[in-house]
Design a protein around this ligand. Sequence first.
Ligand code: FEC
Length: 309
Amino acid sequence: MTRPVVGVLVMAYGTPNRREEILPYYTHIRRGRPPTPELLQELTERYDAIGGVSQLNRISRAQAEAVLRVLQAEAPEADWRLYVANKHWEPWIPDAVARMAADGIERAVGVVLAPQGSRLSSGEYFEQVDQALAKLERPFWFARIPSWHLEPDFIAAQVELVQEALSRFPEEEPEVLFTCHSLPARILEWDDPYPVHLREMGEEIAQRAGLARVHFAYQSAGRTPEPWLGPDVKEKVAELAREGVRAVLVAPVGFVADNLEILYDLDIELKQAAAAMGVRVERTRMLNDHPGLARALARVVLRAVQGAL
Ligand code: FEC
């Protein structure tokens, strides 16, 4: 008997692979509006500060391939076909969907390399999928995974990262601050799950790691005039500093890889600002190639296609 073929579309944010790609990448993030020369210069300087480019595309691909290996080992009854695509840079999501159709995929599942859900986060990835599916002559069956923030293997991996980071504070117990990327505050008008997902992730990890207290903040808000979700991570550290706190552990649980928003916004910008306030800031390592991430994603993929195999 032939095994059922299942397409797995793993979607990531995307990053420019070289300097010349920063302008078109930034323009895509801004929905086709090119940035001002000042904004472009500022972003280029941020990439320069982390070594010229971000390794996000390479890490995302490796994470997707690890998910494929778990699926092949745990569910050999299906013939898993992996597709990796980005929201803001090539390989593009619509191209991947067209390729899946050309390859004869009839059943597929999509997952985003970000644990929490929002209409303006995971929702936008699936909008790109839906638009591409709508252009096909014969759209195929496509299961969506809008979020996976409480998946046990993911939580267990985060607990391990928090505990490892706490051991870097032998003399003082830090306050632990969980963060996600900020989003425009207008998401609060439509009961978006994003803030709840951040809180649920933090509380679950904190309870399992035995933390007495937790704090929440948003980071890396966009450079636009509209209000963004807060408190911003810098404001939150300043508030803790005013209360006499001198050590903070930041756990950026809304991200799964080393990327610009981690390596620049936290490791350079936040650490410098915190040092000026007399606060030592450390952050948890990112999941990157942690096997718990691949296991968690493989489990949610399997659940999403169960019944269709
Ligand atoms: O390593 C890299 O090169 C890529 C790092 C990167 C990640 C990332 C994750 C998220 N973003 C989210 C939402 C927004 C919204 C805007 C926005 C803007 C930027 C800019 C850069 C950038 N983002 Fe990003 N984001 C990353 C990089 N992001 C660069 C442009 C410069 C700037 O504003 O800093 C605002 C768009 C606008 O101007 O209208 C909104 C969300 C995530 C979390 C994960 C996800 O995939 O959803 C949400 C990584």
